[in-house]
Design a protein around this ligand. Structure first.
Ligand SMILES: Cc1ncc(COP(=O)(O)O)c(C=O)c1O
Length: 403
């Protein structure tokens, strides 16, 4: 059965190529790019193909620099500390492969870290004989203070690196990065932050956070085309960090300070238009709401809170985390036990999509032994969409998915 709802007031959704029949509550997985950004990127691509040598050889360094400067301004950091990478997974892998590890060094991660990045840590640990310590962060019943305490407890004299998400992928929790950063700096421990979800979701000021390394996607909440992310490296580690793929830069850079930027700007022939589109995407989004990004941050956060509260009321459960710990991603535990190895896509997720036209992820939480639902709130979403989600979830859980 397919519920064909009367058309919702699409509002800003018309500015995205998103299927108008689908209630899209999963901006978190891959972002969603506005039509205008896609068209502008296409114009750039045509320009590149009209004279590839002019575009990629003569003009690219300056164009990348201009894009970097505007992104750096948005993230509160100096452009000389920022390079482009295709995605946050690359950003994390780049740092893991740049550190001159010593046998028995320890890496601290959390149980709520992104699976791909945990795999990257396991791979590097195996190669260099490192020890991984996993901090167990509870969900629900979590507070920023508890996170700081748990991370400190996991440190040892051998800790070389701490890797944490700024906003956790499955649970959407904003971790207290600045407070942890302060504690790690006292102990001279490097801090790599996976901010895959941060830029465009919350205000980020990298200088203020004081971390050693930080990666964030521009293709999620900043709505740049796919394949646009960046990596921040603090001054004292710039000489150590190199891309995963070495190309011409070591033969061309005349000073070490140039090498960092040049190495990342060219890692072999590629399509740089996603990086070049970042400033356009930032300005385009900002133009959609009076007050620009600060309104967007506030509005989306409020919407996610309303959506979460609605679902918690429907499910008759307490809110799972304090309000200050989430922004545009909100995760709510479901009364659905994990009683077999979790499928890649849960049948309830498929049911919500097939029957109710709602795109939203259902995520296993092995620690709690149950599944969770994670909603996104972005500029094209409306409260009515969460009301429809709430109704459909209520019906599905009462029927086929009741335990
Ligand atoms: C915390 C975290 N890190 C990394 C990623 C991966 O992002 P990407 O696929 O753009 O590398 C995600 C994706 O959602 C994430 O949530």
């Amino acid at each position: 059965m397919n519920h064909n709802y009367e058309t919702l007031d699409l509002g800003l959704k018309k500015l995205w190529p998103l299927d108008p029949k689908i209630i899209f509550l999963n901006h978190g997985s891959f972002g969603a790019c506005p039509t205008s950004v896609i068209e502008q990127q296409q114009t750039l691509r045509l320009e590149m193909e009209r004279e590839p040598v002019r575009f990629l050889h003569r003009q690219l360094p300056e164009r990348l620099e201009s894009s970097r400067q505007q992104l750096a301004l948005f993230l509160g950091v100096k452009p000389s500390n920022l390079v482009f990478v295709p995605n946050a997974t690359h950003g994390v892998n780049t740092i893991l492969h740049s550190i001159p590890w010593k046998t028995n060094d320890e890496i601290v991660i959390s149980n709520q870290g992104y699976r791909a990045c945990r795999n990257a840590v396991e791979s590097i640990a195996q190669k260099h004989h490192l020890k991984i310590r996993t901090v167990k962060l509870p969900f629900p019943n979590i507070t920023p203070m508890l996170v700081v305490e748990k991370v400190i407890e996991a440190l040892s004299p051998l800790t070389r690196l701490v890797l944490l998400d700024h906003i956790t992928s499955g649970t959407g929790l904003i971790l207290p990065i600045k407070e942890i950063s302060r504690e790690l700096a006292k102990r001279d421990i490097d801090f790599l932050v996976d901010g895959a979800h941060s830029a465009g979701s919350i205000a980020v000021n990298l200088e203020d956070l004081g971390v050693t390394y930080y990666t964030t996607n521009a293709h999620k909440w900043l709505c740049a085309p796919k394949g646009a992310a960046c990596l921040y490296v603090a001054n004292h580690r710039i000489e150590q960090v190199r891309p995963l793929c070495i190309s011409h830069a070591p033969s061309l850079a005349s000073e070490p300070s140039q090498l960092f930027k040049m190495s990342f700007d060219w890692t072999g022939t590629y399509d740089p238009t996603a990086y070049l589109m970042i400033p356009y995407a930032i300005n385009y989004l900002s133009s959609l709401m009076v007050g620009g990004w600060s309104t967007i941050f506030q509005r989306n956060r409020q919407l996610a809170h309303q959506g979460r509260d609605l679902l918690c009321k429907t499910l008759e459960i307490e809110v799972p985390c304090p309000d200050e710990m989430f922004a545009t991603l909100a995760t709510i535990p479901l009364p659905l036990k994990i009683d077999a190895p979790p499928p890649e896509i849960h049948p309830l997720q498929e049911r919500l999509f097939d029957r109710w036209n709602i795109e939203i992820p259902i995520i296993p939480n092995p620690q709690m032994g149950c599944y969770m639902i994670r909603l996104s709130a972005f500029v094209y979403n409306h409260l009515e969409e969460y009301q429809r989600l709430s109704e459909s979830l209520h019906q599905e859980l009462r029927k086929d998915f009741s335990h």
